[in-house]
Design a protein around this ligand. Structure first.
Ligand code: NAD
Length: 428
């Protein structure tokens, strides 16, 4: 595992882009420095009637191109360096898909798995109360991220409206449809990734049939991408969650696995109780139990990290067998691993492009909320495809001309876009 934290990784990628662009030290400094860092404490009364305290974060990285935009993560390992890195990546990502939004990110250091629904609801309201002066439809628009969901967004919107005494659906995206959510938002991250993956395979003259896909993470991003790719004829050979992975060389039906996971409480529990696994059932289904680490190195054509950051690092990049990596997670590959993957000729569709479908449809949701006029799912998908393919071709063409990786090309292109906005504002 890389010793560097996610923010140091962001700085390294930025510095590489800066060398290609020949940025001045003033320009580089602006791109390295968040506009505002909010670190607060949330206090709730737990179900055991004792007070529980949690660290809460919001980093507003850049609003050069529009209001800050970015999700809120509930995770035991959420910390300020991670939130800073994710906020920076949001600024880059919104510029990659060329939408008029900046970058921010939030988090609460907590473990939702050991909290009750009531406690999670109190934490969600606490986050909004702590940040209320700094967020809002024209300032900073949050959204879901790891272990937060549409229900939590609904509760947060309710708290925001209570504080400000007015309706404000545009305060937050990823809401349930009943509260002004957008059709297509649930599957947007995965769908956007699939649009660019299919386009890459098309320009390589490949076909999806039988292409083997392994996916790390089986949540919003991971499960939806598994389902969409399965329906398009790809073979889903591996899936995983925080407890471990299932690998099946002949393919898995992701929806069936999801149903069983839901019934049993985890992928691992479909076949095992504790350390004891049902060998007969495993054999009958043609499934092997693997660790998350083994899954990343399994035999497959396409690897999709869709869980946490820094999963592909210098310790395992050399063992990766996939030919394409579609980064649905944020920051899943360290800069050291990037060098190894490039040497091996593995094509990485970088996070700032691969998972930008999520923020793109979040942008659509915000636009619909502000206009109070709602689109059909077909309209959403059509507009999403157009934006994703345009961003993809910008990056691929630039990468080919410059002979650089897609990640470097994405950063160089959008650092230019952000600097252009900063110049017109007279800030550089
Ligand atoms: P989620 O909470 O819905 O799912 C996370 C999944 O990761 C779960 O299946 C969980 O079991 C698994 N996981 C957790 N720790 C793991 C570990 N150590 N090893 C393997 N799996 C582990 O979250 P999500 O919304 O699907 O987000 C996943 C990734 O995609 C994150 O990096 C997130 O920032 C990124 N992303 C999500 C969206 C979105 O719209 N949901 C948009 C852009 C980026």
């Amino acid at each position: 595992m890389s010793q560097k934290n996610p923010f140091q990784n962001y700085l390294e990628i930025l510095e590489n882009a800066s060398k290609i662009l020949g940025l001045s030290s003033k320009e580089l400094k602006i791109l390295q420095t968040p506009n505002r860092i909010l670190e607060k404490e949330i206090s709730i009364i737990g179900d055991d009637t004792h007070e529980k305290k949690f660290k809460a974060y919001r980093v507003q990285f850049s609003n050069a191109r529009g209001p800050y935009k970015g999700g809120i993560r509930f995770h035991p390992e959420a910390d300020i360096e991670e939130v800073k890195a994710l906020a920076a990546l949001m600024s880059i990502k919104c510029a990659v898909v060329n939408i008029p939004l900046g970058g921010g990110k939030g988090g609460v250091q907590c473990n939702p798995k050991i909290l009750s629904d009531r406690e999670i609801s109190e934490i969600s309201r606490g986050w909004v109360r702590a940040m209320a002066d700094f967020v809002g439809p024209e300032k900073d628009i949050p959204a879901p991220d790891v272990y937060t969901n549409p229900e939590i967004m609904g509760i947060m919107m309710d708290e925001f409206e209570k504080i400000h005494g007015k309706s404000a659906p545009g305060f937050i995206t990823g809401k349930p449809l009943a509260l002004g959510g957008s059709l297509g938002r649930g599957t947007a991250t995965a769908q956007g990734g699939v649009y660019v993956l299919e386009e890459l395979i098309k320009i390589q003259n490949g076909t999806p049939e039988g292409m083997k896909v392994a996916i790390q993470g089986f949540g919003n991003a991971g499960l939806h991408v598994a389902n969409i790719l399965h329906s398009l004829g790809y073979k889903i050979v591996g899936v995983s969650d925080s407890h471990g992975a299932l690998y099946a060389p002949n393919g898995l039906d992701p929806q069936q696995i999801a149903t069983q996971k839901h019934e049993k409480g985890g992928l691992h529990h479909i076949y095992c109780e504790g350390n004891i696994c049902d060998a007969k059932k495993l054999m009958a289904d043609g499934v092997q139990i693997m660790t998350n680490e083994e899954l990343l190195e399994c035999e497959c054509d396409i690897l999709i990290p869709a869980a946490l950051d820094r999963q592909i690092h210098e310790g395992n990049a050399g063992n990766i067998k996939a030919k394409i990596i579609l980064e649905l997670a944020n920051g899943p590959t360290t800069p050291e691993a990037d060098v190894i993957l490039e040497e091996k000729g593995i094509l990485v569709i970088p996070d700032v492009l691969a998972n930008a479908g999520g923020v793109t449809v979040s942008y659509f949701e915000w636009v619909q909320n502000l206009a109070n006029y709602y689109w059909t799912e077909e309209e959403v998908k059509e507009k999403l495809k157009k934006i994703m393919l345009s961003a993809f071709h910008d990056i691929v063409e630039f990468a080919q001309i410059q002979k650089i990786s897609y990640r470097k090309a994405a950063f160089v292109l959008v650092v230019r876009r952000i600097l252009e906005a900063l110049k017109f504002r007279g800030r550089v």
